[in-house]
Structure formats: structure tokens, C-alpha cells
Design a protein around this ligand. Structure first.
Ligand code: NAP
Length: 464
């Protein structure tokens, strides 16, 4: 490589690293998120293009084939419905991990004759993490897509079996580090790591998959960073480190917002339906209201906080919610949106949906602000949210969500909840909110019910 080309290459890689950092910075706010996506895309394209111009690339045939296959898989993945984004993300991680693992495997065979102990350590670590992340991500995607059973699959001695398999992979890696030439052991180490990925994720319930995905994301990033060392690629080291650390930080944020520990996520078998106490259940009264009544209450209110959740995403009700926001605002009602950090099924789920419907960013308030405004609020309108409003998180010590911070809608003067039935949410537990005197249940699909309220507010109703 000529000196000028080397400088140009370094400059292009530094530019893509800067773009990756800017992408993460901008992605942290809804207002700048679109710029963040664009910066990430340009950074990745620049890094790939620069690598393709490397004189060490001697032929393009197989690269073109890979590009074609990648495009054929990538386009349909990019078109999936919003509610399928968690499993789509798991598939992306699986492909990223597969790429890292296979490059590590080929590096082993290519550099075998002159492989040092240090080089072997890098390859072994990278291949183990890449392989387990590949199968782990596939299992996570399968659970989220409900191809595999969502429930945690556990059995006696499971942790012992899983840790023994991981121990086996580590022992094989240690032998290979001491004797890189024992090539017969290398494929065994890969297979054992692939099996460990399956064992790691299978016992975890579908409910915890978003956190697991984000954790696997950090593993894939770590694997890519290690691959960067193996290939002596600084851009890969930095990109992998950014990916790994951001995935880890996201997992920590999600665990905190659910008041759960990593151990509880990985071994807690969360999301199984909770058995109720034995004996006859006391009859409790649930008050329900019609769209007409709900519209009357909303039009008499001065302030409304809308709390969206997973049901709004499933129903794709965000555009109707936007119309409701417009109609109420025009009538002089102060409308805000209280966003819980883990509402929905992925971080930022509600922000993305509401941004898609062009709801002004400054109307989205975080959980703390929503809670401090709640006692002065006339109506808390819960749309397809359940767990994130469940007062049991504060009052019932035995509850699986005990300690999880919630949006305290029960502090508002009136609570209205749009959902289709009395069914439980993600955590599989009852919500005492639905039996409070101040709560009105609005039974129906979120999009259809908000549409009915709108019709009442805009003239379809008789008395408004
Ligand atoms: P949720 O507790 O899962 O409740 C969603 C509710 O939406 C359900 O009770 C369901 O009741 C209702 N619903 C479903 N489809 C609907 C439709 N078409 N129309 C109207 N309602 C509908 O959701 P959440 O309150 O948003 O809480 C999120 C949960 O996910 C939390 O437990 C959180 O810990 C967990 N979680 C989130 C993340 C994340 O990153 N966001 C990650 C991991 C875990 P019906 O069936 O009666 O309609």
C-alpha cells in the first residue's frame, strides 16, 4: 500500500469511527434520532467501502455473492412490522455473531502455522463468544416470534449442565492456547460453544427476551472488538467496543427500570403465569364505560396524561392517538404523554411510535415528571399499558414486579384504561388498578376505541 493510500485509509476509518460515536450520541434523543441513524449508516458504508479498496483484497467474486445474499436477507428484515422489531433485532445479532465467528474460524486455519499463544487467545475468545451469541440470538428470535415456546424451559440441575458445557469450551480453549496445533480440538470447541448458546437462552422466558437481546448485543460487540484485534483492524475494535458497551448499558437501564438484577433475568424464569392464592376468590367490582362517556369525561377535563403501552403498539393506534391529542388540545385541554422506560417490548418503543405519528417531542414526559404532575391531573388515560401502571409494584411485596418504578396513574383524579379484557400483561399478574373506585375500564381494541372516542368528540356523539 502506498503511503498516500495508507493515510487516506486511516482518515476514512477515523471518519467512520467519529460517525459511529455521533450516531450513538444523536440516537439518545428522539429529536436527533433520525440524524443518528443516518450517521451510523454513512459510517458503516464508509468503513465497508474503504475496506473494499484495500489492496489486500485480491478478488471481488465472493464479496459480491455475500453482498447479494446479505441484501436479499436485509431488505425483508428492514420491512418487518414495528411489533416484530425485537425478533428482527435478534436475527441481526445472530447474523453479526455468525459473521464474527466464521471469520475467527477462518483466521484460525489461515494463520495456524504461525499462530502465537496470544493470537490463539484472541481467536478462541472471539469464536466462543461469537458462536454462543449466534445460537443464543436465534433461540431469542424464535421465542419472540413464538416459533419456540415462550415459557422458561427449566429442569433440575440445569445450571450445573449449562456451566459444565461452558467449562468444557473454556478447557478446550486453554488446551488450544497452549497447543494451537491441536486442530482437531478447534471444531469441538466451536460446537460446544454453539450448544452453550442454546442452553443459555432456552431457560429464559420470552418475557425477558428484550433484555437478553440487548445483553447478546453486547456479547456480539465484544466478539467484533476481539475480531478487530485478530485482524488488526482499528475500526472494528472501536465499532465492536461501542456496540458492546452500548448494549451493556442498555441492559443495565432495562434491568433498573424493571427493578431486576441480571441474575434474576438470566435465572429468574420470569413471565410464567402466577398461581393465585388457593380458596374462593372474592368478587370485585369493575366499572366500565362507553366511548361516549369517555369522550364526555375527556372534554370536561383541563389536563390529561396519556400513558401508552404495548397494546397501543399491537393495535397500531398511534395515529388515532395523535388525532385525539389534536382534538383535545384544540379544545384547550393540556395533554401530555407519560413514557415509562420499559413500556412496550423494547427500549424507546413508545417514543418511536409517537414520533412516527408526529406528536411533538416536548409533550413526551418521562416517568418522574409524569408522576409529579399526576396529582394535579384530571384524567390519566392508559392506552394498552398494564404492568407499567400496576400499583402492586409498590404495595405487594411478593409480586414479581415489586419494586419496579411505575407511572402512578392512580394518583390522577380519574383513570381510564383502554384494553380488550381483564387479561394480564407481560409479567402475567393481575392489576389491582382496574378495581379502584376512580378507574373506568374502556374495553376494546385501542385503535378502534380511540376512534370511537374521536367520533363522539367531533360530532358523532349526541350530547357533546
Ligand atoms: P403489558 O404489561 O404487556 O400490557 C399490555 C396490555 O395491552 C395487555 O394487558 C393487553 O391487555 C393490552 N393489549 C394488547 N393488545 C391490545 C389491543 N389491540 N388493544 C388494546 N389493548 C391491548 O405492557 P406495558 O404496560 O407496556 O409493560 C411492558 C412490559 O414489558 C413490562 O412488564 C416490562 O417490564 C416488559 N419489558 C419491556 C421491555 C422494553 O424494553 N420495553 C423489555 C423487557 C420487558 P388485553 O389483552 O386485555 O387487551
Amino acid at each position: 500500500m502506498t503511503l498516500q493510500l495508507a493515510y487516506l485509509t486511516d482518515f476514512a476509518y477515523i471518519a467512520s469511527i467519529a460517525l459511529f460515536i455521533l450516531a450513538l450520541k444523536w440516537l439518545s434523543s428522539p429529536a436527533s434520532a433520525r440524524h443518528g441513524v443516518l450517521a451510523g449508516e454513512i459510517g458503516a458504508a464508509l468503513a465497508v467501502a474503504t475496506t473494499l479498496f484495500n489492496p489486500e483484497v485480491v478478488q471481488y467474486k465472493w464479496i459480491m455473492v455475500a453482498l447479494l445474499v446479505g441484501t436479499m436477507i436485509g431488505i425483508p428484515l428492514g420491512l418487518v412490522h414495528m411489533t416484530a422489531v425485537p425478533q428482527r433485532t435478534a436475527m441481526s445479532h445472530a447474523f453479526g455473531a455468525l459473521a464474527a465467528a466464521t471469520i475467527g474460524i477462518s483466521e484460525y486455519y489461515v494463520s495456524l502455522p504461525r499462530l502465537t499463544k496470544f493470537g490463539m487467545t484472541e481467536i478462541a475468545l472471539e469464536v466462543i463468544i461469537g458462536s454462543l451469541s449466534f445460537t443464543g440470538s436465534l433461540i431469542a428470535a424464535g421465542k419472540l416470534q413464538e416459533i419456540l415456546p415462550q415459557r422458561p424451559i427449566t429442569y433440575r440441575g440445569q445450571n450445573f449442565v449449562s456451566l459444565s458445557v461452558l467449562g468444557c469450551a473454556v478447557v478446550l480453549a486453554l488446551i488450544l492456547i497452549l497447543h494451537p496445533g491441536y486442530s482437531v480440538l478447534f471444531p469441538v470447541m466451536v460446537i460446544v460453544s454453539l450448544i452453550f448458546g442454546v442452553l443459555l437462552v432456552t431457560p429464559i422466558g420470552g418475557a425477558d427476551m428484550p433484555t437478553v437481546i440487548s445483553l447478546l448485543n453486547s456479547y456480539v460487540g465484544l466478539s467484533a472488538a476481539l475480531l478487530g484485534f485478530v485482524l488488526d483492524s482499528k475500526v472494528l475494535v472501536v465499532a465492536g467496543a461501542l456496540d458492546g458497551s452500548s448494549g451493556f448499558i442498555l441492559s443495565v437501564i432495562m434491568c433498573k427500570a424493571m427493578n431486576r438484577s441480571f441474575t434474576n433475568v438470566m435465572f429468574g424464569a420470569f413471565g410464567q403465569l402466577q398461581a393465585g392464592p388457593a380458596g374462593p376468590k372474592e368478587e370485585r367490582i369493575v366499572r366500565s364505560a362507553t366511548a361516549e362517556e369517555a369522550a364526555a369525561i375527556l372534554s370536561a377535563a383541563n389536563s390529561v396524561i396519556i400513558v401508552p403501552g404495548y397494546g397501543m403498539a399491537v393495535a397500531q393506534a398511534q395515529h388515532k392517538v395523535r388525532e385525539l391529542y389534536d382534538v383535545l388540545t384544540k379544545r384547550g385541554v393540556d395533554v401530555k404523554f407519560g413514557i415509562h422506560p420499559v413500556a412496550g417490548r423494547m427500549p424507546g418503543h413508545m417514543n418511536v411510535l409517537l414520533a412516527e405519528a408526529d406528536i411533538p417531542y416536548d409533550k413526551l414526559v418521562d416517568m418522574e415528571t409524569a408522576n409529579s404532575d399526576m396529582p394535579q391531573t384530571d384524567v390519566a388515560l392508559v392506552i394498552g399499558a398494564n404492568d407499567v401502571t400496576n400499583p402492586a409494584a409498590k404495595t405487594e411485596q411478593g409480586s414479581p414486579i415489586y419494586g419496579m418504578p411505575i407511572i402512578e396513574v392512580d394518583k390522577a383524579r380519574t383513570v381510564m384504561v383502554i384494553k380488550r379484557s381483564m387479561a394480564a400483561g407481560f409479567a402475567g399478574i393481575e392489576n389491582p388498578l382496574y378495581y379502584f373506585d376512580k378507574t373506568l375500564m374502556l374495553f376494546g381494541d385501542a385503535k378502534a376505541f380511540v376512534g370511537d372516542i374521536l367520533r363522539e368528540l367531533t360530532g358523532g356523539g349526541s350530547h357533546i
